[in-house]
Design a protein. Structure first.
Length: 478
């Protein structure tokens, strides 16, 4: 049977290639838009919906509404190259972030439109929502990052309304190209952050002539092995946090034994002896070591969150686990709210997790505070999730001559500088900038100036002539 499965998988991948390559994009009619208001955006926008096939190989099959919003150029005479935002997660929506990006790109929006497209499975475009957190089962969220029963329930519910194998970046790239053509735009300026950079790479490879410039912030390599990379990246980030605290007089005075205290709380958690109270629960419940480690990892993405960790560690060492418990539960609620987790699973379970080799796990997670916890959590969730087929060359690093600006923060606990180095070498026209003191997908005035130059000139020439100044670290919480 394994041979038959291999043949079926290969045929499915070939079908995906045939349907999604650039020359397979169908002709599309003009996309009508009408005036709309976007929260926080002063000027009137225009909104529309493009009907697309969920599965391009099934002409009579289910159709999806792809919602778009355009913040028009202030001049009323837009150039043909809009800025297109590709969101991260995976699973964040674009239209809901209109206020942020309309303000961030204001100087460029004098003569360019801002195009926001909710990726299939997010926001207004048939969002694949999961509810992994419940106050009734909050104790599970103190053990599991992805509570398995909730993942299974979500899969069953979503499979009734969606083919979960048709929500990869390949399909989003096809949708985006149809939107671009239906709106009559020329080559676009991609602005991508975090997992949105994966979408950008897929789109640039499929439709190389549809992209004028690309901004890739906190880049995620297309050949990344998902959570297998998390342990070492997080260990480097927490080591930097310890060092920064040691070199800060106020932090070091308040927490002179910080690393030892961190080690001790992890030992206590590993022993299973840490029990905490939860609202609505009569008995104390266990707090899992791996779940706490994953929460710490997430707090290391940006300096403004990392500077609270010494205080949090010290409180736990003194026996007060309330800040950690509250943080874990709040984070679980926010994950359900901010990410379409069904899309998250559809992408990562097809594009990342199948390529994790068991023989690599020990070497990549050994001697790290996170260990293999997050990897095993995601593996268990993905065992339950339908997996889509990928073209044979999908994970090959892309080669592109699109002018590209890569920006990475040296305090980024999620996507380190090494990720940028892996991806940028495939771009013949690129500048890679490292911002000292900056974290994951953060923005500053210097980067804004560089981005304006990139978009206005469609060139990276001169962008590396003047380095950006370091960003001062926020004060540690003491």
């Amino acid at each position: 049977m394994s041979g038959i499965k291999a043949i079926v998988s290969a045929l499915a991948a070939l079908a995906v290639i045939a349907a999604l390559r650039a020359n397979a994009a169908p002709d599309v009619a003009k996309l009508p838009t009408s005036p709309c208001r976007l929260p926080g955006v002063a000027r009137s926008a225009r909104c529309g919906v493009l009907d697309v096939l969920e599965d391009p190989d099934q002409p009579g099959g289910r159709r999806l509404p792809i919602h778009v919003a355009i913040v028009p150029a202030a001049s009323g005479k837009p150039l043909a190259d809009p800025i297109v935002v590709l969101m991260g997660g995976p699973g964040e929506d674009a239209i809901g972030a209109a206020e942020l990006y309309a303000a961030q790109f204001a100087p460029l929006l004098a003569d360019r439109d801002l195009l926001l497209v909710d990726q299939r499975g997010t926001g207004r475009s048939a969002a694949l929502r999961c509810d992994l957190f419940s106050s009734e089962t909050a104790a599970e969220s103190l053990r599991d990052f992805f509570p398995l029963d909730a993942v299974k329930s979500c899969k069953v519910r979503l499979q009734a309304v969606a083919d979960l194998t048709r929500y990869s970046y390949l399909y989003f790239a096809r949708d985006l190209e149809q939107v671009r053509r239906a709106l009559g735009f020329g080559p676009v300026n991609l602005f991508a952050g975090s997992y949105g950079t994966r979408a950008a790479q897929v789109y640039m490879r499929a439709y190389p002539h549809s992209v004028r410039t690309a901004y890739l912030g906190s880049v995620v390599p297309i050949d990344m092995q998902g959570p297998l990379d998390f342990a070492k990246t997080a260990q480097t980030a927490i080591d930097h946090m310890f060092e920064n605290c040691k070199n800060d007089s106020a932090c070091h005075t308040a927490f002179p034994n910080l690393q030892n205290e961190f080690h001790q709380i992890m030992v206590r958690l590993a022993s299973g002896s840490v029990r905490v109270s939860l609202p609505g629960h009569v008995d104390l419940v266990a707090l899992d070591r791996g779940r706490v480690a994953e929460w710490f990892r997430a707090r290391l993405y940006r300096p403004r969150e990392a500077v609270t960790l010494p205080w949090t560690i010290h409180r736990a060492y003194a026996g007060d686990w309330t800040p950690i418990v509250g943080g874990i539960l709040a984070g679980a609620r926010e994950l359900d709210k901010n990410i379409s987790l069904g899309l998250f699973f559809s992408i990562t379970c097809s594009e990342d997790m199948p390529f994790v080799r068991e023989q690599d796990v020990a070497s990549q997670t050994h001697d790290t505070f996170l260990g293999d916890y997050r990897l095993r959590q995601q593996q268990a969730a993905c065992e339950e999730w339908p997996r889509g087929a990928l073209p044979k060359d999908y994970r090959h690093p892309i080669q592109s001559d699109v002018p590209a600006l890569f920006v990475t923060g040296d305090m980024d606990g999620g996507t380190p500088v090494s990720f940028t180095n892996r991806v940028a070498q495939g771009f013949s026209k690129h500048v890679a900038v490292v911002i000292h003191g900056q974290g994951h997908t953060e923005w500053n005035d210097c980067v804004a100036t560089m981005y304006q130059h990139l978009v206005r000139s469609a060139s990276v020439a001169g962008l590396d002539s003047q380095p950006c100044p370091a960003i001062p670290l926020p004060p540690f919480k003491t």
